[in-house]
Design a protein around this ligand. Structure first.
Ligand SMILES: [Cu+2]
Length: 491
């Protein structure tokens, strides 16, 4: 499969994924797609759907008990947070019926999958909504293999009970065809925060590392006061605050495959587990060229990290956020070795906190792209309602005239972040290859979401081989709602 301009992802991918009974033979071509989405009404249509549906998601209000004394209300999928695990074999044609039991239109976005615009779940790309108190079928071929996810892609704007502020998210695993399953346990850990509010205090964000190169830092710093940004008082992994749920029970010598997902609407997180290493094998579900052990995983909204942890440091530990405030407000889970009598789980800061995507890449000469597209992102503190808004090449969304792909072309996006926040940039319906991070070249890392550090610069290459409207945006809900989006179209 040709994904980046120079990269081929081959059959060696996914050495650690489980083997499944249900299969499409390697090389087998999936049947052509049915009309990608069908709005339905009436009994006949519903009866026709029943037999063909692989999964059903019901969007409805629900209660989440984050801890015994902390119960919140939100909107979720099928009364679960995260929503049901959707697991399919690569290349399978999948039909998901989405029932919307709320009063507002909804969109389900299939994040990291190569699907057509009309199925992708973005209004801006022309996907039809799931109507209020109605239903809709999403049909697509599950590809590529790896850790994908699904979530609401509704604009929230001033309403902090819509879109990714809600519990509408879930794991979507597209399993590799050949996988020996070289691990003892597989766990799914979605990082979340809840009960968002607006504040001008930037208190709970991870500060930019002053040693970063910051090639986009202006000579004269912006002196304007902060506008309103989103914060939250409560955190969880899956649906439980630290200490409130079942611990992750392990035995000495086990290998635990962790599927980490940041399903947060607003925050980048750093996760550690004292005395253990995370062997990172995939980023955004795509196997990395050079798996490496790290002490800390940094993961931004929209991103996934797959890592294997060898359990060789017995005790009762906290796997959690490095920031004390976030961890003490719920962002963590207890890891308990068998036969331990220690009464309280221990947190100790991990050894090395530095995160650098490029250590998982490879050095490789790359062909020059056909075209380089410059994108400059800027922050305007305050604005309507005092909420910070964002400019892409000098303008808030929309600016669809500026960004055009020619089918089959190889493009380099040069992403310049002229703001003092890090932003996770997400490209819909395509994978891209990370080729430069703050001047450091790399190759072979395929992603769909990339953190562009504060005042930093990132270059990614992609082949324009997915015709149709394509959204590119910051995955922080408030940023995308207030200008931080661009639409690519094919010529
Ligand atoms: Cu952002």
């Amino acid at each position: 499969m040709r994904l980046g301009c120079a990269t081929v992802i081959g059959a060696a991918a996914g050495q650690l994924r489980p083997a499944l009974a249900e299969s499409v033979a390697p090389g087998q071509v999936p049947a052509p797609l049915q009309p990608p989405m069908m709005a339905t009404s009436g009994r006949d249509a519903r009866d026709a759907i029943k037999g063909a549906t692989d999964f059903t998601l019901r969007i409805a209000p629900m209660i989440v008990e984050l801890a015994p004394q902390v119960v919140i209300t939100t909107i979720g999928y099928s009364n679960k947070v995260p929503g049901p695990l959707l697991r399919v074999r690569e290349g399978r044609r999948v039909t998901v019926e989405v029932v919307n039991d709320t009063d507002v239109p909804e969109y389900v976005h299939w994040h990291g999958l190569l699907v057509p615009s009309e199925v992708d779940g973005a209004e801006e790309e022309g996907t039809p909504p799931v109507p209020p108190h109605g239903r809709r079928l999403y049909q697509f071929v599950a590809k590529p293999a790896g850790s994908r996810w699904y979530h609401s892609h509704t604009a929230a704007m001033m309403d902090m009970h819509r879109g990714s502020y809600t519990g509408q998210f879930g794991f979507l695993m597209v399993d590799f065809a050949n996988d020996p399953g070289l691990y003892d346990q597989e766990v799914f850990l979605a990082l979340r925060e809840w009960e968002h509010f607006l504040t001008t205090m930037d208190q709970d964000e991870e500060q930019a590392d002053p040693n970063d190169p910051m090639p986009e830092k202006p000579a004269n710093p912006d002196q304007r006061p902060n506008g309103l940004e989103v914060s939250a008082p409560l955190y969880s992994i899956n649906d439980k605050m630290l200490g409130a749920g079942e611990p992750l029970r392990v035995k000495s010598g086990q290998r635990i495959l962790m599927h980490l997902l940041n399903a947060s609407a607003s925050q980048i997180h750093r996760i550690g587990l004292f005395g253990h290493h995370f062997q990172v094998i995939a980023l955004d579900g795509n196997p990395v060229p050079a798996p490496q052990p790290v002490d800390v995983i940094e993961i931004a909204p929209g991103e996934r990290v797959d890592a294997v942890v060898e359990m060789n440091f017995p005790g009762v530990w906290i796997l959690g956020e490095l920031r004390d405030a976030a961890r003490q407000s719920g962002m963590g889970i207890v890891v308990e070795y068998a036969n331990q009598v220690q009464p309280r789980p221990q947190w100790l800061p991990p050894a090395k906190a530095r995160w650098d995507y490029t250590i998982f890449g490879k050095p490789a000469p790359r062909p020059a792209p056909d075209k380089t597209i410059d994108m400059i992102f800027e922050k305007v503190p305050g604005g309507p309602h005092g909420i910070t808004h964002w400019l892409v090449n000098g303008k808030e969304y929309p600016h669809e005239r500026e960004f055009v792909f020619r089918q089959g072309g190889c493009y380099r996006l040069l992403i310049n972040n002229r703001s003092d926040d890090s932003h996770p940039l997400h490209m819909h319906r395509h994978l891209f290859e990370l080729v430069e991070l703050n001047g450091k070249p790399t190759a072979g890392i395929m992603k769909d979401t990339v953190i562009v550090p504060a005042f930093g610069r990132v270059a990614v290459d992609l082949v324009a081989d997915q015709p149709g409207l394509t959204l590119f945006h910051c995955h922080i809900q408030q940023h995308m709602d207030f200008g931080f989006m661009a639409l690519f179209r094919y010529a």
